[in-house]
Unconditional design. Structure first.
Length: 76
């Protein structure tokens, strides 16, 4: 069974695009994620914190990921 979902696209982030067969990644990309079921929410929460901290440290706070949930499992 398929349903349509209204996804909320982060207003502060920008899309990753392709130009001349090259990825164009902005400093504030929108990255989709699937939280999943079961232990998924617990794992995702920890993963998000680690990735955000790594990006902040690696780019001296100049880049930030804007996460966008894509529904799967029970949520879909």
């Amino acid at each position: 069974m398929s349903e349509n979902f209204d996804y909320t696209i982060p207003t502060e982030g920008k899309k990753i695009t392709i130009k001349n067969d090259q990825l164009i990644i902005p400093d504030n990309p929108i990255i989709p994620f699937v939280e999943g079921d079961g232990i998924g929410p617990d794992i995702w929460h920890a993963t998000e914190m680690v990735i955000n901290a790594a990006v902040k440290k690696a780019f001296n706070g100049k880049r930030k990921i804007h996460w966008m949930e894509i529904y799967a499992g029970e949520k879909s």
